[in-house]
Design a protein around this ligand. Sequence first.
Ligand SMILES: [Zn+2]
Ligand SMILES: [Zn+2]
Length: 358
Amino acid sequence: MRAAVLHEIGQEKLEVLDDVEAVGFGPGRVRIRVRATGLCHSDLSAMAGVLPQPAPFVPGHEGAGEILEVGEGVSHLKAGDRVVVCWLPACGACPACKRGQTELCLAGFMNAGTPNFRRPGGDVFGFAGTGTFTEEVVVDAGCAVPIPDDVPFDIAALIGCGVTTGLGAALNTADVEAGSSVAVIGCGGVGISAIQGARLKGAAEIVAVDPVASRREAALEFGATRAVSPDELADAKQQVTAGEGFDYVFEVVGKSATARTAYETTRRGGTLVVVGAGAMDDFLQLNMFELFFDEKRILPSMYGGGDVLRSYERTIALWRAGRVDLDRLITHRVPLSEINEALDQMRTGASLRTCIEI
Ligand SMILES: [Zn+2]
Ligand SMILES: [Zn+2]
């Protein structure tokens, strides 16, 4: 079958090969025919070595498709079921799951060192234990979450990562207060989802911050009240908050430099929500005086910071009711053969979300 493979960390281009096999099927596992997968910035980060990931590997972790076969002991799924691929499955039994913090369950990472694919040249890993830039993938049954019939595969794929992450940051982690002021730094698919979440919660002012003009325009269409480039942020802070700083600032880039800017843009007593996935050797500096004296709350948000399955259901309900716009989040649609062009579009910020139709 076909899959897009990165041979070595640091390479920019994937090779679409047709000699790849999805491996690991057995008890408790399911085989999925992937129909749609989104490009998430974390895929680029893993390819570049910013996020830890062994190579060669098949990137992609935001996908949806149909169950082809289920292994022994899998009772909640059958062939033909439509599912979203969840890269962070909840085991239901660990302390984090029992507390309801299923986004902190580490069960999904237990298989991280096990190859998901094989080709004549040897083993191939799957990103984040999944790997969705492929026709088929084998995952734990817990990674396959059934979706209702009215949710198309492309929308379901977005719910698998970017939308859940961005919406959840605003709805779960920040729990944005009505009437508040919000700034969102980084307006790709996740940032736009955070903007939609802040709008749903009734934020009065939502300032979108991004260096790319087309993303700023998009942010305005999705609910931002103004959109500025990074060098205009200080002025916007002055105009919107009289210099005090925003009630909530979302950092959706994953770099210490933008996190530091976000910290300085947050008002005293306000909330900085860290959404971007950054590198282990990129350190955010805060001095002990400001940390204590300014009483800013720093809230990291992992995968939307809440019960993952509940977040999926909530997003579907909001989408059905027309309260969040997921359809226009997909700005590009391409076949797997054009994945490298799609990656380039994401690097330059030309796309919000690209859907790979497989
Ligand atoms: Zn667990
Ligand atoms: Zn992602």
